[in-house]
Design a protein around this ligand. Structure first.
Ligand SMILES: O=P(O)(O)OC[C@@H](O)[C@@H](O)c1c[nH]c2ccccc12
Length: 256
């Protein structure tokens, strides 16, 4: 359940906060080199772009890959032509950590997304302190006041929010924020069911000028072509890249 995933992620961040108070994380965030320009990296172009994800496991799919060296995988993604890298930092169900994000930051020059269940300013500051350039905000997990507060903080820190939606109503809430980068996740994070055609049904609803990201359920180049034909500027791919040959798969996806 999404509410449980979010409550657990916040609880885990409160444990980290015991050891590292907010003021310390804020200071670390402010001395990082400026965040990379993700909107530029993901700008719509004549070919589809890929955000390649580092994910060890998931509640819906179980164990996917060990990924002993996330930095090495990130370098393969960069070599393979990814435009950005998504790092799952949630520990309990996805097997990730902020250390993974730091390791990836040190290894590549691409924008990096902190993929987690973000619901507090502390988690946003942690993202920047670890070197993230983008932060995921899941509309279904947040009320409008929380969304606004977190969105504004991400922007203030020079990062880019990727605002994730799973319905027309959520897409409208993302648009009302002024989001420039909006995703439609084919997977419902409460039931874990996949709806591969959701992106296509919602594509016309994205405000003009936004970057349209199709998330989840890309297994093959055909799936990329399906999303591209429906209007995706960017696809976010996890499982297919961590379980298969990342460079070969990326080159097939980018050839669409
Ligand atoms: O592994 P896939 O089906 O390629 O999906 C990647 C990504 O879309 C998925 O991991 C994801 C999308 N939104 C999320 C929110 C939280 C955790 C994970 C996700």
């Amino acid at each position: 359940m999404l509410s449980e995933l979010t409550a657990n992620a916040v609880a885990d961040s409160l444990v980290r906060r015991e050891a590292r108070p907010l003021a310390e994380v804020e200071a670390a965030a402010l001395v990082r080199p400026p965040a990379l320009d993700a909107l530029e990296a993901l700008r719509p172009s004549s070919h589809v772009k890929v955000i390649a994800e580092i994910k060890r496991s998931s509640p819906s799919r179980g164990a996917l890959a060990t990924i002993g060296d996330p930095a090495a995988l990130a370098r393969s993604y960069e070599l393979g032509g990814a435009s950005a890298i998504s790092v799952l930092t949630e520990g309990r169900k996805f097997g990730g950590s902020l250390d993974d994000l730091e390791a990836v930051r040190a290894a590549v020059a691409l924008p990096i997304l902190r993929k987690d269940f973000i619901a507090t300013p502390y988690q946003v500051l942690e993202a920047r302190a670890a070197g993230a350039d983008l932060v995921l905000l899941i509309v279904a997990a947040l009320d409008d006041r929380e969304l606004r507060e977190l969105y504004d903080l991400i922007i203030e820190l020079g990062m880019t929010p990727l605002v994730e939606t799973h319905s027309a109503e959520e897409l409208d809430r993302a648009a009302a924020l002024g989001a420039r980068l909006i995703g439609v996740n084919a997977r419902d994070l409460s039931t874990f069911e996949l709806d591969r055609d959701l992106f296509g049904r919602l594509a016309a609803r994205f405000p003009a000028g936004t970057i349209r990201v199709a998330e989840s359920a890309v297994k093959s180049a055909d799936d990329v072509a399906h999303y591209r034909a429906a209007g995706a500027d960017v696809v976010l791919v996890g499982e297919a890249l961590v379980t298969g040959d990342p460079i070969a798969n990326l080159s097939a996806f980018l050839a669409v």
